[in-house]
Design a binder for this molecule. Structure first.
Ligand SMILES: NC(=O)c1ccc[n+]([C@@H]2O[C@H](COP(=O)([O-])OP(=O)(O)OC[C@H]3O[C@@H](n4cnc5c(N)ncnc54)[C@H](O)[C@@H]3O)[C@@H](O)[C@H]2O)c1
Ligand SMILES: [Zn+2]
Length: 358
């Protein structure tokens, strides 16, 4: 694995740094194909093209927004479009968008002509602190999340927080949930700062918090790029979270976002952590309060359990038919590869519906 070059905001804006990099000799003569979705095409593309000269001669590809477009069908359409526009093995795909654009675009880059380079320019908070970094690409299949994918690492990741100005409140919340996860598993101090920020009357996310989350993710990826060891700690909240997300996509007119589902998964898996690993009860209560103030809690019935457990059993993290989960003894005390029983999971899922009720 060749490590990605990560551009972070400093005294010089990230887009200016990217402009300099792409004007350097190493990048001369490359052709760029910029992938956006319908929102980032409007809110982010004009600024990108104005500030990065190398992109002024680019070709453009656009998908509709939404998780349902992270699919093999859309990937095939993009491969076809790249072929028709004459993209060759030296071409570079530029993913300008949230996690859907970077997961799908990375997947398309990994497969096109057996692999072309790509650059991620994440525009959502989830994209910046998680999805855009680390080379996991993929699409959903048959209602199951990320079932088909490749490890294919971006050549450059450019984190430019100015793009967050147009993000919706729901997508902010999603990013905050994923950030809570990152700090819960790896940095108790940053977790405390994020909790303080969220509890304040006018929460403002500063660049230092974003940078800290990116450093954590990048450090873990460098230590275990192919997810065989410590990288699994970043799956915290995701065994339940992915099942909650798939269930919502199958049943709700307005499905939960990935990050909202992760917020719910964090509560469920912290509940199990408190029972099995002694995770402090008062921190669990604080997490419940914080997340339930931002994300609607699902009220499941017993008849829903079979479907939810089915999604968890199909999860890539499992082996030998057991459901595997990352758990926490406390903030920063992560234990990967715990087998969790169906009884524990059902109890955690049913508990969600009682949060906030007397
Ligand atoms: N590969 C990984 O390591 C990894 C990690 C975390 C999440 N993910 C994946 O990422 C996806 C979730 O990411 P997401 O929440 O960014 O989803 P997303 O890409 O669907 O973005 C959410 C919404 O925000 C809009 N948007 C994005 N940037 C915007 C901007 N600057 N201004 C206005 N609107 C903007 C998008 O159009 C979309 O409607 C899921 O598919 C998840 O599985 C992958
Ligand atoms: Zn996630």
């Amino acid at each position: 694995m060749k490590p990605s070059k990560i551009i972070l905001p400093s005294r010089i804006s990230s887009l200016k740094q990217l402009n300099r990099l792409l004007n350097s000799v190493a990048y001369k003569g490359r052709r760029y194909f910029i992938l956006t979705d319908e929102n980032t095409g409007v809110h982010c593309l004009p600024r990108l093209i104005t500030e990065v000269e190398a992109f002024q001669e680019s070709e453009f590809l656009e998908i509709e927004s939404g998780e349902q477009n992270k699919s093999l069908e859309i990937a095939a359409e993009l491969w076809q479009a790249l072929e028709e526009m004459g993209a060759d093995r030296q071409s570079v795909l530029v993913n300008l968008g949230g996690g859907v654009v970077s997961d799908l675009g990375g997947f398309v880059a990994a497969g096109y002509k057996r692999g072309i380079s790509y650059i991620n320019i994440p525009t959502s908070l989830i994209g910046m602190i998680d999805a855009g970094v680390g080379g996991k690409t993929g699409v959903n299949l048959g209602g199951l999340k990320n079932q088909v994918g490749f490890f294919h690492f971006p050549e450059v990741v450019c984190i430019e927080p100015v793009f967050l100005e147009t993000l919706s409140a729901k997508d902010w919340t999603s990013g905050v949930c994923e950030m809570l996860k990152t700090f819960m598993v790896a940095d108790a101090q940053m977790y405390a700062s994020l909790v303080d920020t969220l509890k304040s009357d006018h929460p403002v996310m500063d660049n230092e918090m974003i940078k800290a989350a990116v450093h954590i993710k990048d450090g873990i990826v460098k230590a275990d790029a192919y997810d065989t060891g410590i990288r699994k700690m970043l799956n915290y909240g995701h065994t339940v979270g992915h099942a909650v997300e798939s269930f919502s996509m199958a049943h709700d007119a307005e499905p939960l976002s990935h990050g909202q589902a992760v917020g719910i998964g964090l509560i469920a898996e912290t509940f199990i952590s408190s029972k099995k690993m002694g995770f402090p009860g008062e921190r669990l209560e604080e997490l419940k309060e914080l997340v339930s103030a931002m994300v609607p809690m699902p009220k499941y019935e017993m008849k829903d359990m079979e479907e939810l457990l089915g999604y968890m059993l199909a999860d890539k993290k499992n082996h030998d038919g057991n459901i595997n989960c990352t758990l926490l003894g406390d903030l920063g005390e992560t234990v990967v590869d715990n087998i969790v029983t169906e009884v524990d999971l059902c109890e955690a899922l049913m508990m969600l519906g009682k949060i906030g009720r007397a």
